[in-house]
Write a protein that binds this ligand. Structure first.
Ligand code: NAD
Length: 437
């Protein structure tokens, strides 16, 4: 039965599928299935009208066998505990797939940030950081941005966190401060961030897809250039569209929460993601931004709903928005040959089975979008060592990590005769179990 509404149940089903290939003890299985710590916070935030309002948030620390918990903070009006637990679990798997010495965590606040003023957003970010400050730290739990949270928000949070933990200290050294800055990643450059972090998730996804394409003999539906549809035109969606288009693919459809755009002629047109982004910033709406080649021209494209975008006849489908987009309900209508999961948890376990039967290759989130956490880890390393790496170094290290992770997952899928997600889980579970105390 597809339990589309409970991402944590879906995550556990994915785990169970991998466990069938492994001989784990009951203790090991229990450790993998249960979050180590689940924190709920209800905290006051001062609003512009002078009143205080209570907001609800979570931090889930799933597993720390391989290192400090690591995972983003999401601001969304529908955030709930099961979603955060699933995301924390996937982070533990993802860090192990990427082979970085960190565990899995995730946070969330139930809020629609679009309804807050900039001052209220800052107050909320600082208040949440205060509320979880006793449970995080550079060697304990290292949050980062996720949906609707930005480098600026990380800057407010790390600033508030440092104020909290140094309250009773006269002074701290530069080295101590740099280490404390490592409590949050995805910060702006001038606040201890890493070069290459903003683009990292999209860049990493493009390395993984290009590695996969070398193994598959994928023939484009419309000729040599592969066509791509991207659901979600935020940080991740924009960069994956940009890098794939730079690699010679044609981005033929894009969407955001309000709807999407599709080129009229799939056989030859493709969007220019840079132009679409600047147009969207200017006009505020993706729908007005049919930017093909070097011009934005309303007559060149059509509007498409998010549901329709998923079912377009393209070569590569990229969900880059939220969970549960590909389910039992629409899986049979998906026409792409490859699904590159840049969002976390976009495919339900039942949809996965349909894709496997239909010969659609799914590149799982825990591999495809692990470039973000990999460069977050690089940022953390730089903060702890008081260093600043060049963008060239960061990108070269990222490329090596992503290609190595892909090869390991691919090799595991051949060895165990499984899909790539189950292979990624087998690889990760083995790496985590090795470190369990
Ligand atoms: P973001 O807030 O920058 O962008 C999200 C985008 O999705 C926005 O364009 C929004 O309009 C769109 N969206 C929201 N609901 C939608 C819907 N129902 N249909 C279509 N579009 C919709 O967030 P992001 O950082 O780009 O994250 C996107 C996904 O990638 C999330 O699942 C996130 O967990 C995952 N992810 C992000 C990172 C990262 O480094 N930012 C790393 C790994 C995974």
């Amino acid at each position: 039965m597809d339990n589309g509404n409970n991402p944590f149940e879906n995550a556990l089903r994915q785990l169970d599928k991998a466990l069938r290939h492994l001989k784990l003890t009951k203790f090991q299985t229990e450790r993998l299935r249960n979050s180590e710590k689940v924190i709920t916070v209800n905290f006051p935030v001062k609003m512009d009208d002078g009143e205080k309002r209570i907001f609800h948030g979570f931090r889930v620390q799933h597993n720390s066998a391989r290192g400090p918990y690591k995972g983003g903070i999401r601001f969304h009006h529908q955030v709930d505990m099961n979603e955060v637990k699933a995301l924390a679990f996937w982070m533990a798997i993802k860090c192990a797939v990427a082979d970085i010495p960190m565990g899995g965590g995730k946070g969330g606040v139930e809020v629609d940030p679009k309804l807050l003023s900039p001052k209220e957003l800052e107050n909320l970010s600082r208040a949440y950081a205060r509320a979880i400050s006793k449970d995080i730290g550079p060697e304990v739990d290292v949050p980062a941005p996720d949906v609707n949270t930005t480098p600026q928000i990380m800057k407010w949070m790390v600033d508030e966190y440092i104020k909290q933990v140094t309250k009773n200290k006269q002074q701290i050294t530069k080295k101590e401060k740099s280490k404390l800055m490592g409590t949050f990643t995805g910060k702006p450059l001038e606040a201890g961030g890493s070069l290459g972090r903003t683009e990292a998730t999209g860049r990493g996804g493009s390395y993984v897809l290009l590695s996969l394409l070398k193994k598959l003999n994928l023939k484009g539906r419309y000729g040599k250039e592969l066509t791509v549809a991207v659901q979600g035109f935020g940080n991740v969606g924009f960069y994956i569209a940009k890098f794939l288009s730079e690699a010679g693919m044609r981005v033929v459809a894009l969407s955001d929460s309000r709807g999407g755009i599709v080129v009229k002629n799939m056989e030859k047109d493709g969007f220019n993601p840079d132009l679409v982004l600047s147009c969207k910033k200017e006009k505020g709406k993706l729908e007005s931004c049919y930017c093909v080649g070097t011009v934005c021209d309303l007559r060149k494209g059509n509007i498409v709903s998010n549901e329709e975008l998923l079912e377009l006849p393209v070569d590569i489908l990229i969900p880059a928005a939220l969970e549960n987009q590909l389910t039992q309900e629409n899986a049979r209508r998906i026409k792409a040959k490859v699904v590159l999961e840049m969002a976390n948890g976009p495919t339900s376990p039942d949809a996965d089975e349909v894709f496997f039967k239909n010969g659609i290759t799914v590149v799982p989130d825990v591999l495809a979008n692990s470039g973000g956490v990999t460069v977050s880890y690089f940022e953390w390393e730089q903060n702890l060592a008081g260093e600043k790496w060049s963008e060239k170094d960061v990108n070269a290290k990222l490329k090596r990590k992503m290609e190595a992770a892909f090869e390991k997952v691919y090799e595991t899928s051949k060895r165990y005769k499984t899909d790539l997600r189950t292979a990624a889980f087998i690889l990760a579970v083995n790496r985590i179990v090795e470190k369990l105390d």
